[in-house]
Design a protein around this ligand. Structure first.
Ligand SMILES: *Cc1c(COP(=O)(O)O)cnc(C)c1O
Length: 825
């Protein structure tokens, strides 16, 4: 190869069109079709290989536009007007009124920093691997729509995530393409921060990209002053070993906070999107120690404004670092927190985890006063999973709540579905409530079916374009399955009964076709084997026209599949799927979910807005369980789903199916959207955290100091508190009868007003104790002395139980369960 000198060449944009680079750089076009249409026009000469189809960034499109094309466009008065209108539209989106704008005066919230290891905003900016990143992208977009004052912080991966190809054996091969930040509209802020990595100083460049109103800052170690080893830290998303990940997380967390400071930003609330972002808490603790607080006081100052979201019930999905490795990177950091390395290591340790690794989720939970899982069921699973951190509480009282994920509506629906919902529900359908959404029931069945048919045709066109002209049929029931090939998602569930599967595919009058897509993590051999299993079927001559695998899954392929499938199949091993957002995107497009009752579907299925697959969670033989659940899935397909789809009226329309599509929209449309999710985060977590955070740090952390002193005091004298039952109606009796309880409390070295005393009562469960899922907690009243009284009633016949307990309380705690201290009568 010849030695080459490289330089960047751009074509000059005519002055009439000089606003185009700004329209391209702000990613609002990713969900605003009128902005995107401007670039369609620039690109018209390449109709078949358009920027949209190839995932090209409009900034790159502009750079590659020829002078001749610019002359044509500049001479087109209509186009010049279109660009002017688009600029106004973008300005309106950025500066116009919004939901949060209307409440800002009464809200304590001024700004949230949202840290995430990946952001999936558009396929043109490949900085995501799957659900976590796409969710983060949707969070930014919905925050922009709603005007929530959020700042994103992430890493800029020089090679993004890998591109996937299958070799002739169906084995996944990975390729990594370098991105060119300048072709992606990224702006170099000119800010560089420094982070120590085991004695080596890493320089970190800070890029910025605008997502509507939201600024996303992306950190990058690819600087000439760094050694090749440091440069490689931000090379790839989830590439490399434990040490590589630890370094990435240090850059994200510690470097991210430093970047915000260097930019002059002082967020009140710090939201950690999973443990990967957890080191931001350590850097904030260090800042407070530098300003004169002790480690314990600084933790209170940081925790008050901290929000932590856990995203996985799979223990292997949580980062844990061995002590020796962690020590290399944090031995020198510990003194800056005013503590020893051992004390720092304890922050990520769970007493009940014997292997002694540093657990990022554990640290994250400890550095946040507000914690949540991502669906109701996942909240319950997370409370169980982390109950060991609050051992004196019932597992279901572990202070972790949930906010169910949502998806950014306008990013995921097809233009035609957008029109259909705009006509039926209103232009703001993506922010509508249940009542407004119910109006989709009035839409004409033929109109719905025509839109669904066109989506299916486009999916078939994409498959034929990529894989062969003889594949699929636009008039056959189409089932989609696209997600990461993690084994618990069981992409191969139906392959175990191949004859039964083939009978469905090859039915003469009621055939079914499948479209699969998804990547396996490069180090996940079992995941790659699943892809190979699927690939094998796609090669069998009798069924290959009805069973395809689309390689190189990304946001673009996902979108086409949501637009074109009739059914979204979801077969995880319950309860391993924390939420599972792909089914939500499908639902918005009028695709019916056929799913195990896991994640979001457990919460939002009502039995008729899709199809439920029963699961056999209590069967501990995994192989047998898989077989039983596969049979159950076939039963649903054969007995309910396929017959309904092919039951057409005289007009050729499947009215029963279309009615179910309407049920799907009416019951799910308003609930699966990111607008609902971000409003929930804002009102339930961000605003309370902002208030608590402001209070904790006021007057140089006075409240944080007080809370730290109180917490350590209460903990050390807690043994002096005792509770006993003085009198109680605990005899057998009839349901509903009031029962009085009187308790005597000896507060020891605490004051009575530092205690809450409760009756806990409920039905006795199978294990002989009060069933925590059905218990009720009643606060008892006291008379100023140590006597507390309260009343309850057993509401159902059967064995019932009651007990009395005391917990410490302080106005600055986010909940009385925070301290984990309990005294039981
Ligand atoms: C939505 C989405 C996901 C997440 O899907 P799950 O249902 O959570 O598995 C992954 N990748 C892409 C590209 C997506 O759009």
């Amino acid at each position: 190869m010849l030695p080459t000198h490289q330089f960047t060449v751009v074509s000059e944009i005519p002055t009439e069109l000089e606003a185009l680079p700004r329209l391209a750089a702000n990613l609002h076009w990713a969900w605003d079709r009128e902005l995107a249409a401007v670039f369609d026009r620039v690109d018209e000469q390449h109709a078949d290989d358009s920027w949209r189809r190839t995932g090209q960034h409009p900034t790159d499109l502009i750079r590659r536009t020829t002078p001749q094309r610019w002359n044509e466009l500049a001479a087109d008065a209509g186009f010049v007007r279109q660009v002017g209108a688009a600029v106004e539209r973008l300005d309106q989106a950025i500066d116009g009124p919004s939901w949060f704008g209307d409440r800002a005066d009464e809200s304590a919230l001024r700004s949230v920093a949202y840290f995430s290891p990946e952001f999936g905003i558009t396929e043109a900016l490949p900085q995501y691997s799957g659900g976590l990143g796409v969710l983060a992208g949707d969070h930014l977009k919905a925050s922009s729509d709603l005007g929530v004052p959020l700042i994103g912080v992430g890493l800029l991966y020089a090679e993004g995530y890998f591109r996937q190809r299958l070799n002739s054996d169906g084995w996944q091969e990975e390729r990594n393409d370098r991105i060119d930040p300048n072709a992606l509209g990224l702006v170099d802020t000119g800010v560089t921060v420094h982070v120590d990595l085991a004695g080596v100083t890493a320089a970190v460049r800070v890029w910025r990209v605008d997502v509507g109103r939201i600024a996303l800052y992306m950190l990058d170690t690819n600087l000439a002053e760094n050694s090749p080893e440091i440069v490689s830290i931000t090379n790839r998303l989830y590439g490399g070993d434990e040490q590589h990940r630890l370094r990435q997380e240090i850059i994200l967390g510690i470097g991210g906070v430093r970047a915000l400071r260097a930019l002059g930003l002082e967020p009140q609330v710090f939201h950690m999107n999973e443990g990967h972002a957890g080191f931001l808490g350590l850097e904030r603790v260090r800042e407070w120690v530098e300003r004169g607080l002790t480690f314990a006081e600084a933790i209170e100052a940081v925790r008050a404004g901290g929000v932590f979201t856990t995203h996985t019930p799979v223990p292997a999905g949580i980062d844990r670092f061995p002590r020796e490795l962690f020590e290399q990177y944090f031995a020198d950091f510990a003194p800056s927190l005013g503590i020893t390395f051992d004390e720092l290591f304890e922050l990520g340790r769970r007493a009940d985890e014997p292997d002694g690794k540093f657990n990022m989720a554990v640290m994250g939970l400890r550095l946040a006063s507000r914690r949540n899982g991502v669906a109701a069921l996942h909240g319950a699973v997370a409370r169980d999973m982390f109950s060991g951190m609050w051992p004196a509480l019932d597992a279901q009282e572990t202070p972790i709540g949930h906010i169910t994920n949502g998806v950014h509506a306008r990013s995921w629906v097809s233009d035609r579905i957008d029109e259909l919902l705009s006509d039926a529900v209103g232009d703001d359908w993506h922010l509508a409530d249940a009542e407004n959404f119910a109006r989709v029931r009035d839409v004409d069945n033929a109109a719905i079916w025509s839109v669904r048919r066109q989506g299916r045709q486009e999916l078939v066109d994409l498959v034929r374009d990529r894989l062969g002209s003889d594949l699929l049929d636009p008039d056959v029931l189409t089932i989609g399955f696209a997600r990461r090939f993690a084994t618990y998602k069981r992409a191969n569930l139906l392959l175990g009964q191949l004859d039964r599967l083939k009978a469905l595919l090859l039915s003469a009058d009621r055939p079914v076709q499948f479209v699969f897509a998804g990547k396996a993590h490069p180090a996940d051999h079992p995941g790659k084997s699943l892809i190979q299993n699927i690939h094998e079927i796609t090669q069998q001559a009798d069924v290959r026209h009805r069973f395809v695998f689309l390689p190189d899954y990304d946001i673009g392929i996902a979108r086409t599949m949501y637009h074109g499938c009739d059914v979204w199949l979801n077969t995880p091993r319950r309860p391993m799927e924390a939420c599972g957002t792909s089914g939500m995107k499908a639902a918005l497009n009028g695709v019916l979910n056929c799913s195990i009752l896991d994640g979001w579907w457990d919460e939002m299925s009502d039995g008729t807005n899709g199809f439920d697959i029963p699961s056999f969670d209590d069967d501990h033989d995994d192989a047998r369980r898989d077989r039983r659940e596969a049979s159950a899935t076939f039963d649903v397909l054969e007995q309910q789903l396929i017959p309904l789809y092919y039951a057409t009226g005289d007009d050729g329309l499947p009215h029963g199916w279309i009615d179910r599509v309407k049920d799907n929209w009416a019951t799910l449309g308003w609930n699966v959207i990111a607008g609902r999710m971000v409003r929930d985060y804002t009102t339930k977590l961000y605003e309370p955290a902002a208030e608590a955070g402001d209070q904790a740090v006021a007057s140089d952390g006075e409240c944080a100091r007080e809370l730290a002193a109180w917490r350590s005091g209460v903990t050390s004298v807690w043994d002096s508190v005792s509770v006993s039952i003085a009198e109680a109606d605990f005899g057998d009796g009839v349901a509903g009868a009031p029962r009085r309880v009187t308790a005597t409390v000896e507060p020891g070295q605490l004051r009575l007003d530092e205690l809450v005393v409760q009756i806990v009562h409920g039905p006795i469960g199978a294990d002989g104790s009060i069933d925590p899922r059905h218990h009720e907690v009643i606060a008892m009243q006291h008379d100023g002395s140590g006597t507390f009284t309260g009343e309850f009633s057993a509401t159902l016949g059967g064995r019932w139980g009651a007990s009395v307990r005391a917990l410490p309380t302080h106005r600055a705690l986010s909940s009385i369960y925070e301290t984990g201290l309990v005294a039981i009568a």
